[in-house]
Structure formats: structure tokens, C-alpha cells
Ligand binder design. Structure first.
Ligand code: NAD
Ligand code: LMR
Length: 339
């Protein structure tokens, strides 16, 4: 095979060598909840990611079909489906990045916290398995309520003696995706160039987009900023209502989840200056978990970046979100300690 590789290398123009599959490290990605509304399109997008060499798709049911389907796509990764408790260990063994979109979604009239009773237990059992089978993996938590499920995961990992705060991420990328889209529409700028940090947490007023730091700059009125902020905070509810009982955001979430997992993989592979917003263990406020810009690297979190200058409106929003975020964090920690 080394002969084959050198023949292949010779046949390739030298400029392409840096991008060849041979030079990209092997990376296993596991999706827990892969047969679900988010899990299926997310599995598709991860299959399209050339940084992935092995893709493990796990769910309580339905994964043989999803895996067979996705595996026919002619991209780099090998795909395998795993189903049920017995196969969870195999799905996780050797994994570099574990993405968790397992759990129930909202229906109209519900808050994310209304999902706590069911999803807390699911997250706890999946994290217990992660601690056992791939304790050094990076974890991307999508299951709601993220403000509580990330603290639950941290407690489970602490109990197992393997907690590494640099490797646990609450996925808030969808808030950033929404903020960018809504800002571009209002500011009439090219959406592909827009950047907006979103900090705090991932529910209602705990979602705090920092439009004062948005680029390209635009001269929006205070009314516009407030409307954009509210729409970003209520983005999830907008989709839940439009789906009218058939769940919450799945396609935009799969997109956001794929962007975030790609950033984690790039960080692991040593790509410099990979920065995304994420809900992580943090000291930038008095709250133990907080979403802000994070620089990703070979160990996961390389640096939790500060908030930067806030407008008076954003300063008010920051103070307003703290009590709710604090109680969601405490609720998660308490659950994990009791159960
Ligand atoms: P869904 O019901 O369509 O899919 C969930 C999947 O999880 C199902 O296939 C189910 O079988 C599976 N599952 C349940 N228990 C499991 C277990 N113990 N192990 C493995 N898999 C299990 O729901 P969805 O629309 O894909 O949403 C999933 C979660 O993601 C919800 O909690 C939702 O609120 C959350 N979500 C988060 C964000 C975010 O921005 N972080 C965005 C959208 C949705
Ligand atoms: C979202 O923001 O779309 C998700 O958290 C799902 C939800 O319940 O809103």
C-alpha cells in the first residue's frame, strides 16, 4: 500500500498534496440520537465533512437504516450504525468528538425547561457511557435544556473522575446562525460576511446577541436592535410554533451542529484561530457556565474569550439573564448529584 500511495502521490499535482486524504488525521465522530429530527441531517452533514474518517451513528432504534443510507455517499468516512444499550460502547469507543442531539423536542406552549424531566435522565445515562468508553472525547451537547444539560454532563464526568472542562461544550451555534441571518436582513449587508457574537445561555432571555459588536457595521436604530434581539431570543419558539406540534428546529440545527463539530475537529487538528461561541465552564462572569467566544485547539477549549465592550442595552440584558441562567445551572447540578 505504500507503493500505491507513492504512485498516487506522483500522479497528483504537488499543490494538491497538502489537501490529500493521506495528510488528514483519522477522526472518529459519534452521533448519539442519530435517527432523530436533528440526528439524521446532522449525520448527513458529518458524512460530507472530509475531516471525519469514522462516523458512528447511535440511537435507541432506526440507526441501521440511517447508517446504510448515509454510508452510500461517496465521501471519506466509514459509517456504522449502532442500536440499543448493548451497542453504545462500540459506538463510543475511540471517538474524538461525540455529538448529542438525543432527547425530546418542544411542542408549542412549552419552554426548554419543560423538557428537563425527560432529557436530564437521557443525558445522564449517555454521559455515563461516554465517561466509560471515550473519557477523552470532546462532547458537543445539543439536547435541551442546554443551560442545565451541560452542568449535568459536568457532574457525571466529575463523579467518574474524568471531567475535563476543556472538552465539554453546549452547542449555541444556532443562536449565532440566527443572529447573523436576522442582522443581515435588517442591516442589508452580505450575510456571508456577517459576524455576531451571542453570549449567555441557550433559552429565551439567557440568549444575548451582541449586535453592538456585529460586523459589517450598520447604523441600526435602538428599536431595530431590540427587535433583532427579541427575534434571536425567540428563534427556537418561532420554529416550534411554525411546526405546530411536529417538533423544533432540526435542519438549521443540523447545519449549526455541523459547523460547531467542524470547528472542534479543526481545533483538534491544529488549525490556528478557530473561534466559535459556545456554552462552557467559564470565569468571565460569576456564573460557572456561560456562553461566549471560545478559541478551540488540540485540547478543546484553548481560551475562553471575554465579552468585549457592551452597549448599555446589552449590559442590562446581561444582568437580566443571570438569575435564570444561575437557577438552570443549579437545577442541573442538583439533579446529577441526587440521581
Ligand atoms: P427527535 O425526537 O426528532 O429526535 C431525538 C432522537 O433521540 C430520537 O431519534 C430518539 O430515539 C433519540 N433518543 C432518545 N433517547 C435516547 C437515548 N437514550 N439514546 C440515544 N438516543 C436517544 O428530536 P430532535 O428534534 O432531533 O431534538 C433533539 C433535542 O435537541 C431536543 O432536546 C431539542 O430540544 C434539542 N435541540 C437543541 C438545539 C440547540 O440549539 N442546542 C436546537 C434544536 C433542538
Ligand atoms: C432551538 O433554539 O431551536 C432549540 O433550542 C429548540 C427549541 O426548543 O427551541
Amino acid at each position: 500500500s505504500s507503493l500505491l500511495r507513492s504512485v498516487k502521490t506522483l500522479a497528483r499535482p504537488t499543490t494538491a498534496r497538502a489537501y490529500s486524504v493521506d495528510s488528514v488525521p483519522s477522526r472518529k465522530v459519534t452521533v448519539l440520537g442519530a435517527a432523530g429530527g436533528i440526528g439524521q441531517p446532522l449525520s448527513l452533514l458529518m458524512k460530507l465533512n472530509p475531516l471525519v474518517s469514522q462516523l458512528a451513528l447511535y440511537d435507541i432504534g432506526g440507526t441501521p437504516g440511517v447508517a446504510a443510507d448515509v454510508s452510500h455517499i461517496n465521501s471519506r468516512s466509514e459509517v456504522a450504525g449502532y442500536m440499543g444499550d448493548d451497542q453504545l460502547g462500540l459506538a463510543l469507543e475511540g471517538s474524538d468528538v461525540v455529538i448529542i442531539p438525543a432527547g425530546v423536542p418542544r411542542k408549542p406552549g412549552m419552554t426548554r425547561d419543560d423538557l428537563f424531566n425527560i432529557n436530564a435522565g437521557i443525558v445522564k445515562s449517555l454521559c455515563t457511557a461516554i465517561a466509560k468508553y471515550c473519557p477523552h472525547a470532546i462532547v458537543n451537547m445539543i439536547s435541551n435544556p442546554v443551560n442545565s444539560t451541560v452542568p449535568i454532563a459536568a457532574e457525571v464526568f466529575k463523579k467518574a473522575g474524568i471531567y475535563d472542562e476543556k472538552k465539554l461544550f453546549g452547542v449555541t451555534t444556532l443562536d449565532v446562525v440566527r443572529a447573523k441571518t436576522f442582522y443581515a436582513g435588517k442591516a442589508n449587508v452580505n450575510v456571508a460576511e456577517v459576524n455576531v457574537p451571542v453570549v449567555g445561555g441557550h433559552a429565551g432571555v439567557t440568549i444575548l446577541p451582541l449586535f453592538s459588536q456585529a460586523t459589517p457595521k450598520a447604523n441600526l436604530s435602538q428599536d431595530d436592535i431590540q427587535a433583532l434581539t427579541k427575534r434571536t431570543q425567540d428563534g427556537g419558539t418561532e420554529v416550534v410554533e411554525a411546526k405546530a406540534g411536529k417538533g423544533s428546529a432540526t435542519l438549521s440545527m443540523a447545519y449549526a451542529g455541523a459547523i460547531f463539530a467542524d470547528a472542534c475537529l479543526k481545533g483538534l487538528n491544529g488549525v490556528p484561530d478557530v473561534v466559535e461561541c459556545s456554552y462552557v465552564q467559564s470565569t468571565i462572569t460569576e456564573l460557572p457556565f456561560f456562553a461566549s467566544k471560545v478559541r478551540l485547539g488540540k485540547n478543546g477549549v484553548e481560551e475562553v474569550l471575554g465579552l468585549g465592550p457592551l452597549s448599555d442595552y446589552e449590559k442590562g440584558g446581561l444582568e437580566k439573564l443571570k438569575p435564570e441562567l444561575k437557577s438552570s445551572i443549579e437545577k442541573g447540578i442538583e439533579f446529577a448529584k441526587k440521581n
